[in-house]
Design a protein around this ligand. Sequence first.
Ligand SMILES: Cc1cc2nc3c(=O)[nH]c(=O)nc-3n(C[C@H](O)[C@H](O)[C@H](O)COP(=O)(O)O)c2cc1C
Length: 173
Amino acid sequence: MSTDFTPRQALGVIDSPVVLLTSAADGMRNVMTVNMVMGVSFNPVLVAISLNPGSFSHELIERSGDFAINVAGPDQISLVERVGSAHGAEVDKFDDFGIVTKAAERVVAPLVDGCPAALECRVIDTHPAGEHTVFIGHVVALHRREGLPIFLYRGDYYEPGNKLGTFFKGEAA
Ligand SMILES: Cc1cc2nc3c(=O)[nH]c(=O)nc-3n(C[C@H](O)[C@H](O)[C@H](O)COP(=O)(O)O)c2cc1C
């Protein structure tokens, strides 16, 4: 037990998805890495993302009212690191990092090609949370293809290894 821990030590033990979060507004577009993401409701289908208000994505999502969650795969770790350390107000990360996009169906945010899954989301609510803002997104379209996602645990990236069981047996997920 420890009461003397860093924020990264505490939050790092909650394993999390790694997401390329896309946004677009007023002729601008952006992509950033996000791992603070979770599902929060089945009906309606809602997800939450937590963003630093200093990020350019925060500004674009506030303006457009939508975003896309592009779940990263094992071949995208270097991209995850690069878009997670560059500021979209200064560079076009899509051009600089050669990111191929395709148009979404229901939102203005673009989709990143080659991701195992993507969710198109419309913002229905925002909440301040500490130094971050939580955006609640209504999932309005789902994209899935073959391939597994990566996840983050205690500062390291992993890909799923051994399947240990099935949750909600019989219900397709
Ligand atoms: C693995 C990883 C996870 C990250 N998770 C988050 C997150 O959940 N929320 C956040 O605000 N920033 C997160 N970041 C940092 C942003 O991606 C980073 O600040 C980015 O440069 C913001 O880009 P923008 O200003 O172009 O929007 C993460 C970075 C990495 C590498």
